[in-house]
Write a protein that binds this ligand. Structure first.
Ligand code: SAM
Length: 326
C-alpha cells in the first residue's frame, strides 16, 4: 500500500487505551481528564483483526501504546494474539514503566520484542511535579528489569522542556552510559489544542546534540532502517548510545511509513492529522475484510505530505498525545 508521495505503509501504532495513571503536564494538561467510555475502546478481538488487515497491507512493525498500555487488563493476551499474526516482525510497547514489574514476564512470554520506557527527569521532586504522581523509583527499576530481561534494547524516551528538565540532558547521557540503555531525546511537539506548547519550551535537537557533544564527543551511527526517526549517536569511547528525534526542527515526514489507530478505533495517517477515519463503526457493523482494506487503502492514499508545524497554516490537532497514542 503506497501513498500519493510514494511512501509504503510499514509501521502501525495501536493505542489500546486513552487512560493513564500519570498526568504529565505536557501530555494530559487536564488533571481530571475525561476518558473514553470503555465500550468505545476497541476490543482485543477488534485490535487483532485490524492489525491483521494492516499486516496484509504491508505493515510489519507494531507498537502498542496509549494512554498507558499496561492499564489495559490482560494486555499480554493482546500481545500473544498480535505476535501470532504472520508477518509481524517487530512488536514493541511504549510505557511509563510504573506497572511493568508485575507484567514483564508475561509480556515477554507472550511475544513482546522490545520496550520503550518514558522518563523525563531523574529527580524525584521534578518527577512528582511533572507527572503529578510519584513513582520515579519504580520507573528506574522497570528500566533495569527490562534491560536485564533478554529482550531487544530498551529505549528510554525523554522530552526536554526548556526551563524544566533541559539541565538534565547530560545526566541522561550519563544514564545511557551507566545503565546500558539507549536514551532518546524527543522534541516537544504541539499536540494539544491548549496553549501549553510554545517554541520557547522546545529544546531543539541541534542544541541537545551540542550539549552532549560538549560533554562527551558524539559519533554518528548509521540509521537502522529507511524510516528511522532518530539520529543515532554513540559516545566516542564506545560506551552508551543516544538518539535525537527532532520532528519539529528536522522533520522526517518524507520517509514516514506510520499509521496510528486511536483507542476508539480511528485511523490517523499523521500525528498532526486534522481528520480521522472511523474504522470502529464498519468493524462493528460487520464489514468484510476487503471493505475494511479498501477504507484503509483510500485513507493511506490520502496521507498528508508532511506536518505543517513550521507553517503559518498550522492548526494543532485537538487530541493530546495520550488520546492519539504516542
Ligand atoms: N503512557 C506511555 C508512556 O508514558 O510511555 C505511552 C503513551 S505516551 C503518550 C508516549 C510518549 O509520548 C511519551 O514518551 C511522552 O513523553 C510522549 N509525548 C507526549 N506528548 C508529547 C508531546 N507533546 N511532544 C513530544 N512527546 C510527547
Amino acid at each position: 500500500m503506497v501513498d500519493g508521495f510514494g511512501r509504503a505503509i510499514g509501521d502501525l501504532r495501536l493505542s489500546v487505551t486513552d487512560r493513564c495513571n500519570l498526568r504529565c503536564a505536557y501530555c494530559i494538561p487536564d488533571e481530571t481528564p475525561v476518558f473514553q467510555p470503555r465500550e468505545e475502546l476497541l476490543t482485543f478481538e477488534e485490535l487483532e483483526r485490524v492489525t491483521a488487515l494492516f499486516v496484509a497491507a504491508g505493515v510489519s512493525k507494531i507498537r502498542l501504546t496509549g494512554g498507558e498500555p499496561l492499564l489495559r487488563r490482560d494486555i499480554s493476551e493482546l500481545v500473544r494474539g498480535i505476535a501470532a499474526i504472520e508477518g509481524v516482525k517487530d512488536l514493541a510497547m511504549t510505557t511509563n514503566g510504573i506497572f511493568l514489574g508485575g507484567a514483564l514476564a508475561d509480556l515477554r512470554a507472550a511475544g513482546l520484542h522490545r520496550l520503550n520506557i518514558s522518563l523525563d527527569t531523574l529527580r524525584p521532586e521534578r518527577f512528582r511535579l511533572l507527572t503529578r504522581r510519584s513513582g520515579l523509583e519504580k520507573v528506574i527499576d522497570a528500566i533495569r528489569l527490562a534491560r536485564d530481561a533478554d529482550m531487544g534494547t530498551v529505549k528510554v524516551n525523554v522530552v526536554p522542556l526548556r526551563g524544566f528538565n533541559d539541565d538534565e540532558i547530560v545526566a541522561f547521557g550519563q544514564f545511557a552510559r551507566e545503565e546500558r540503555v539507549v536514551v532518546r531525546f524527543i522534541e516537544f511537539m504541539p499536540l494539544e489544542a491548549g496553549e501549553l506548547w510554545s517554541r520557547d519550551l522546545l529544546v531543539p535537537g541541534a542544541e541537545i546534540r551540542a550539549t552532549l557533544n560538549a560533554w562527551q564527543p558524539l559519533v554518528p551511527l548509521d540509521p537502522t532502517h529507511d524510516a528511522e526517526t532518530a539520529e543515532r549517536f554513540r559516545f566516542v569511547d564506545g560506551a552508551g548510545e543516544i538518539g535525537i528525534i527532532a520532528p519539529v526542527t528536522r522533520a522526517f515526514c518524507g520517509a514516514c511509513n506510520r499509521a496510528r489507530i486511536t483507542a476508539d478505533g480511528k485511523l490517523r495517517t499523521c500525528l498532526f492529522s486534522l481528520h480521522e477515519i472511523d474504522l470502529k463503526t464498519p468493524l462493528r457493523a460487520g464489514a468484510e475484510d476487503r471493505d475494511l482494506l479498501e477504507l484503509i487503502g483510500s485513507a493511506w492514499a490520502a496521507k498528508e505530505e508532511g506536518h505543517l508545524i513550521n507553517s503559518k497554516d498550522f492548526v494543532r490537532p485537538a487530541r493530546t498525545m495520550s488520546a492519539i497514542g504516542g
